[in-house]
Design a binder for this molecule. Structure first.
Ligand SMILES: Cc1cc2nc3c(=O)[nH]c(=O)nc-3n(C[C@H](O)[C@H](O)[C@H](O)COP(=O)(O)OP(=O)(O)OC[C@H]3O[C@@H](n4cnc5c(N)ncnc54)[C@H](O)[C@@H]3O)c2cc1C
Length: 428
């Protein structure tokens, strides 16, 4: 319903950042908020590897945008964003097609006074031969479903033939390491008829181009993760520059070859390709829209950009903020405070990112992390404390998305569910 008494705020993308912002601004009330997403349901992307492995275990795994819009008081418009007409302050959505490619709903146009681009990013293949054809990249729900289906088939085949399945993961960041640990856990879902015969059914390898596991991570965390991966019998090879992915193997520059039944490409992130088509925005080398210190696009003050879609280099740093949910969530909180202030003509301070640290969940091998203390990442945590910290982080997301009352109910339901524990982690 039109609400011309208030300025129209259009949020493009209901992921980790966009959805938190929509809920907060709808509750605040200064703007008539419309959220656009191509999917009908919000999926918490940091859990994609758990969807892929089949180990996901939280009530907030996936939740309908239509339901959330009703609960939180914003409007939801399902559709794929094509372009932003900056002069006319309109966003064009593509037509909706059915499975046969027939048009079911015509292209639409949505008008705005303020627009926030929160369209996320994708995994980059750096032009590596065969990645598009033979590897899975975990960028969306469909990728996780495709992986899960292939993995299930492989594990059943391995159980029947007693030939281990080989999964190779390229990239040893948080996604690669956590996926490996969750696959080891998922393996237990395929027991043989003879429990005494526990021959390994799954061979897991992580390949990393950098000289060390988890490039960019602090040493204590890296060592702890490596130790835990060893206990899970995950082979780790570093200094491996992959040049090609084939249907049955991964090939490195130095000629080495890793046979692979299923390859996951988890090396590096770039901006969503749609950002290039949106308009005349200034992009960085990774295809993300450059923003100023208040998250406004450098070419238009009415268009804000946040999360993985934004390129913001903090003063004194030499590279943009990493694409993490931690950044997206802090930017959502910042805009939720700043946009109403701006409307009232108040001064809005620049965005300041606070690095809260890095937590890695390695399924049965536990959770480990470095938490920021006095703005430094200097507290290595493990055991129950790390698990509690890890859980606390997704609790924040649940609160932001569902609001305090429903958020508390969801958290309680998670806690008493047959399996429990959310899976929002931080990683830098
Ligand atoms: C497997 C995995 C594990 C991760 N683990 C962590 C972690 O532990 N900690 C952490 O901090 N970060 C983690 N991340 C990174 C984190 O998920 C992202 O940084 C975060 O989701 C970015 O939020 P966002 O709002 O910018 O974009 P996203 O959450 O990606 O949301 C983008 C939204 O835009 C929608 N969209 C895309 N294109 C269009 C279009 N053309 N039209 C309409 N809608 C569109 C999508 O459907 C989606 O809902 C992980 C990422 C992956 C893939």
């Amino acid at each position: 319903m039109a609400d011309r008494a208030r300025p129209r705020l259009l949020i493009l993308g209901g992921g980790a950042g966009g959805l938190e912002l929509a809920g907060a601004l709808a509750a605040e009330g200064s703007y008539a908020v419309t959220l656009v997403d191509q999917s009908p349901a919000h999926l918490w992307k940091p859990r994609l590897h758990e969807f892929a492995a089949g180990t996901v275990d939280s009530m907030l795994s996936e939740i309908s945008f239509y339901t959330l819009a009703r609960l939180r008081g914003f409007r939801f418009e399902q559709g794929s964003v094509a372009r932003i007409d900056r002069q006319g302050r309109r966003v064009q959505l593509r037509p909706i097609l059915d499975l046969d490619g027939r048009e079911r709903a015509a292209a639409r146009t949505l008008s705005y006074d303020v627009c926030v681009v929160a369209l996320g990013g994708i995994t980059a293949d750096f032009g590596t031969v065969g990645v598009a054809q033979h590897a899975i990249r975990l960028d969306g729900r469909e990728d996780a479903d495709a992986f899960r289906s292939l993995f299930t088939g492989l594990m059943i085949h391995a159980r029947e033939t007693r030939e281990p399945a080989r999964v190779v993961i390229v990239g040893s960041g948080a996604t690669g390491t956590e996926l490996a640990a969750h696959l080891r856990l998922a393996e237990t879902a395929f027991p043989g008829e003879d429990p005494a015969n526990m021959a390994p059914r799954l061979h897991l390898t992580i390949l990393e181009a950098a000289p060390q596991l988890m490039p960019g991570a602090d040493d204590p965390l890296r060592h702890s993760v490596l130790e835990r991966l060893r206990t899970l019998a995950v082979e780790v090879a570093t200094g491996v520059r992959v040049t090609a992915v084939r249907a049955d193997a991964v090939q490195a520059e130095d000629g080495r070859v890793w046979p692979s039944d299923l390859t996951v490409w988890a090396a590096g992130l770039i901006g969503n390709p749609v950002l290039r088509q949106l308009g005349d925005f200034e992009l960085d080398g990774k295809g993300r829209i450059r923003v100023d210190a208040r998250l406004r696009s450098t070419v238009d003050e009415a268009v804000y950009v946040m999360g993985d879609a934004a390129s913001l280099t903090p003063v004194g740093d030499n590279r943009p903020l990493a694409p993490t949910a931690q950044v997206a969530s802090q930017q959502a909180a910042y805009l939720a405070r700043g946009l109403p202030r701006r409307l009232k003509g108040h001064r809005v301070d620049p965005f300041v990112y606070r690095d809260r640290g890095q937590l890695i969940s390695l399924a049965s091998a536990g959770t480990v992390g470095l938490l920021g203390l006095l703005d430094r990442r200097d507290l290595l945590v493990g055991g129950r404390f790390a698990i509690a910290a890890y859980h606390a982080l997704q609790r924040r997301h649940q609160w932001a998305v569902l609001g305090p009352v429903r958020g508390s109910v969801a958290i309680f339901a998670d806690a008493v569910g047959p399996t429990h524990g959310p899976a929002l982690k931080l990683h830098g």
